[in-house]
Design a binder for this molecule. Structure first.
Ligand code: PEP
Ligand code: MN
Length: 372
């Protein structure tokens, strides 16, 4: 059961304390108070855990400060909308991320050397982008492929991010120990930037890793769906992060592994953008690079990575994780799918066109609803 309090309630409100005490007076019921950032306001919610089925809603509804009491369904207990809950977003290191916002995170699939990191971050700064990707720990199919520089590259990645105004870097972790390595390197850099911990598709059901990123609340999490499991299984896996206590989660789509998507690297699944937004309270990310896997031009002169990005943005995607590299031929990982820095401004313009179309589509739908 979730008790949603009226907007902007002070955290130390006496009513909140009474509600928590009342809830905990029922046998076996525990509570957690979450302050969540909604689209336009911050909300306080009291989450009741345990045998809540027998608890009446009325005594809670009678409190002045309560907006509504929602009985949660079994499905997606922590991340689900349960038909009545608003989406939740969050703010991290000055960047607001929700089902209403859009941020592009361009960057290196794998960090190779300080010069390429600097060239990439400098280009982002030039285009006013404060969000990036940078892979330090790489999960590779073959043990003989470049495995990423790991903790060794973190000091220069964070320092250069700070120098070029990058506020959030999406960075994959493949082992629990990487979380502490990142936290410690961030501190050593004087918190020059921030990190969103990325769970890659190969670890979508690595439940111990999911519990570990969920148990810390310092860094937000980008959870990428599993490439060979159903959407529902991925959403359940994502519950491991949220139920651990970390609610600052973005859900990522990155394509499904099947030959039916050929010649793309994965079968593009961006039709699920509105589905995830409807089923959960989470912002939705798309990764067009790992979905498409190559820079191929369509006859209209636009490359497939531009096309699938636009398809997702026009459907309301909130985050775009995209590979770029100053010299894709020299990249140590996934060069064929990286956009060049010269292509980046055109890509960002294309994203802006699709976003404007999305905003216009939402406004039209809203007007139609008002008339109905
Ligand atoms: C990545 O983003 O670097 C990556 C490996 O993606 P995925 O886990 O989706 O394959
Ligand atoms: Mn990659």
């Amino acid at each position: 059961m979730i008790i949603v309090m009226k907007a902007d309630l002070p955290r130390d409100s006496a009513e909140l304390k009474q509600i928590v005490a009342l809830a905990e007076s029922f046998p076996g019921v525990k509570t957690q108070v979450h302050v969540v950032q909604g689209a336009t306001r911050s909300l306080t919610e009291v989450h009741l855990h345990g045998s809540t089925g027998v608890i009446p809603t009325k005594p809670f509804e009678e409190f002045e400060g309560v907006e509504k009491v929602v009985r949660i369904t079994e499905k997606f207990r922590a991340i689900g909308r349960h038909e009545q809950l608003d989406a939740v977003g969050f703010e991290y290191n000055g960047v607001a991320i929700s089902q209403e916002t859009l941020h592009v995170f361009p960057g290196l699939c794998a960090v190779d050397n300080p010069r390429n990191v600097e060239r990439t971050f400098a280009a982002l700064q030039q285009f006013g982008i404060v969000t990036a990707r940078a892979g330090a720990y790489k999960p590779r199919t073959s043990p003989y492929d470049f495995q990423g520089h790991g903790a060794a590259c973190l000091p220069y990645v964070f320092e250069l991010a700070g120098k070029h105004g990058v506020k959030v870097i999406a960075m994959e972790v493949t082992h629990e120990s990487h979380i502490a390595e990142i936290q410690s390197a961030l501190r050593s850099s004087g918190n020059a930037t921030g990190v969103m911990l990325q769970i890659g598709t190969r670890n979508a059901q690595n439940f111990e890793l999911l519990k570990a990123v969920g148990a810390q609340t310092e860094l937000p999490v980008l959870f990428k769906r599993g490439m060979g499991i159903t959407l529902e299984e991925s959403l359940n896996a994502c519950e491991y992060v949220a139920s651990g206590g970390n609610r600052r989660i973005v859900f990522g789509l990155r394509g499904m592994k099947t030959n039916l998507g050929d010649p793309h690297r994965n079968f593009v699944d961006f039709a699920h953008v509105p589905v995830v937004k409807r089923l959960t309270r989470l912002p939705v990310c798309i990764d067009p690079s790992h979905s498409v896997g190559r820079r191929s031009l369509a006859p209209d002169g636009l490359n497939d990575i531009f096309h699938v990005t636009a398809q997702a943005v026009i459907a309301g995607a909130n985050m775009v994780l995209v590979d770029v590299h100053p010299a894709p031929k020299e990249a140590l990982c996934d060069g064929p799918q990286a956009l060049t820095l010269e292509e980046l401004p055109g890509y960002l313009e294309d994203v802006a066109i699709a976003r404007r179309a999305y905003v216009e589509r939402v406004a039209r739908a809203e007007k139609a609803r008002e008339r109905a």
